[in-house]
Design a protein around this ligand. Structure first.
Ligand SMILES: O=C(O)CCC(=O)C(=O)O
Ligand SMILES: [Fe+2]
Length: 329
């Protein structure tokens, strides 16, 4: 059956989240089976865990310790790089500075956002030329020393995982493996390091760590701090399903860009984070999209007479820019 046909019979009433071992993603004989698992996960849940992702524990430990020091700095120090002053959705986002769910009053987290940057600057870096509405360089705090390096090391490692995933997604979507190559040359990936203070207010006060939302790039690679439950996913029965951190694994979820590319064959699942653990929680999402100048339009394999295109074509950069403006309004 075609992808569009199969999608019609999928319910989305999941109660658990699949775990997929991507350790053998570069072995050609393994890829087809792996892509099938990914297709099932993306059609039914929109979320999955990956094990054997290859990001060294040291890289994770270093970014986590830098991030903990950074967020413990005085408010005024952090506000020197306030993202609205920086102007391109990069830099520091204070507590309650965003609101992912318009029904809520604000998100109880602070964050620091970066985009692509070479670890060693290149003389002639053409990268920014095509970024349109999303153009602009990273900014970096003066302290802690090495913050930028720890962040960029993790960023590049996660982008590497993202490239592997893009390839697996194309196989899962019956497309040539190279389909996204010319659409992901610039690695249009935004990484946020995020601090969620413990939430102590009454239930239903309209303030949670991050309110119910869908992500708006192609997919998200999320590292969450071990031992703290916060992330929850909404299934089609309107039940919130917990997505606890699993040691050594990352969470992957489909975002709205890939839902648009796939005419909703891949599910962009609503999720939120509530930190009632009593302790601070840190997480690091990396949102990976197609290059900002690329037009997002439904793939032929995901359109049929019974499943006509649901979305008008849109340029990735304009789309992301508009969605970010809504969240940080
Ligand atoms: O921190 C988390 O667990 C989720 C974060 C999230 O959903 C986001 O930043 O889009
Ligand atoms: Fe999210």
């Amino acid at each position: 059956m075609s992808l569009a046909g199969t999608a019609a019979s999928v319910s989305g009433a999941f109660d658990s989240i699949p775990i997929i071992d991507i350790g053998h993603a570069s072995t050609p004989g393994e890829r087809a089976a792996l892509a099938r698992q990914i297709r099932d996960a993306c059609m039914n849940v929109g979320f999955f865990y990956i094990s054997n992702h290859g990001i060294p524990q040291e890289t994770i430990d270093e970014v986590l310790s830098a991030v903990k020091v950074y967020f413990s700095l005085p408010f005024e120090t952090k506000m020197k790089l306030y993202h609205k002053a920086v102007g391109n959705f990069k830099g520091y986002e204070p507590l309650l500075g965003s609101n992912a769910d318009p029904a809520n009053r604000g998100d109880l987290h602070e964050g620091f956002a970066i985009g692509w940057e070479e670890l060693v600057p290149k003389e002639n870096d053409e990268k920014r030329v095509n970024d349109g509405a999303m153009a602009g360089a990273n900014v970096w705090p003066l302290e802690p020393a090495g913050f930028w390096e720890a962040c960029l090391n993790y960023y590049h490692a996660a982008v590497g995982v993202g490239k592997v995933l893009f390839c697996l997604f194309t196989i899962a979507l019956d497309l040539p493996e190279t389909y996204f190559d010319d659409k992901t040359r610039n690695s249009a990936a935004i990484m946020r390091t995020v601090h969620y203070p413990p939430q102590t207010g009454p239930e239903g006060d309209g303030i949670v760590g991050v309110g119910a939302h869908t992500d708006f790039k192609c997919f998200t690679i999320l590292w969450q701090e071990p031992d703290i439950q916060a992330l929850q996913l909404l299934n089609s029965e309107k039940q919130w399903i917990k997505a606890p951190p699993i040691p050594g694994m990352l969470v992957i979820n489909i975002g709205d860009q890939l839902a648009r590319w796939t005419n909703d064959v891949f599910r962009s699942t609503v999720h939120r984070a509530i930190n009632r653990s009593g302790v601070r929680r840190y997480s690091i999402p990396l949102f990976f999209g197609t290059d900002y100048h690329v037009q997002i339009k439904p793939m032929p394999s995901c359109v049929s007479p019974e499943r006509p295109p649901k979305y008008k074509p849109v340029t990735a950069g304009d789309y992301v820019h508009q969605r970010l403006q809504e969240v940080y309004h």
